[in-house]
Write a protein that binds this ligand. Structure first.
Ligand SMILES: [Zn+2]
Length: 100
């Protein structure tokens, strides 16, 4: 159980449609799992999008970037996913590929 977060990009001013990319997932008892790609390899790269684009949780609720970054920080001391590819010294777990 957990909550997935997505970022909406390239919103069309005509019809409102946009591309959605998976940002990551918050699960009870675990560090935040951040979805990383070659274009978005770490949280620093993602922040640019968080500040400028619309973030939504999987229930469609709009989420503030500050809220999400505070959540990631608050979960830094929790369990680390064994599939995480980043430096354990960072406050989140980076996961490549598709997950939810
Ligand atoms: Zn359109």
């Amino acid at each position: 159980m957990g909550t997935n977060y997505d970022v909406e990009m390239n919103a069309c001013s005509q019809c409102g449609r946009s591309d959605t990319i998976h940002f990551g997932k918050s699960s009870a008892g675990w560090r935040f799992t951040l979805h990383v790609t070659p274009e978005l390899p770490d949280l620093e790269a993602w922040k640019r999008l968080l500040w400028t684009q619309t973030i939504r949780d999987e229930y469609g609720r709009k989420i503030e970037a500050d809220y999400l970054l505070d959540l990631i920080r608050a979960k830094a001391h929790l369990l680390r996913d064994e599939n995480a590819t980043n430096d354990p010294g960072e406050m989140y777990d980076a996961i490549t590929g598709t997950f939810s």
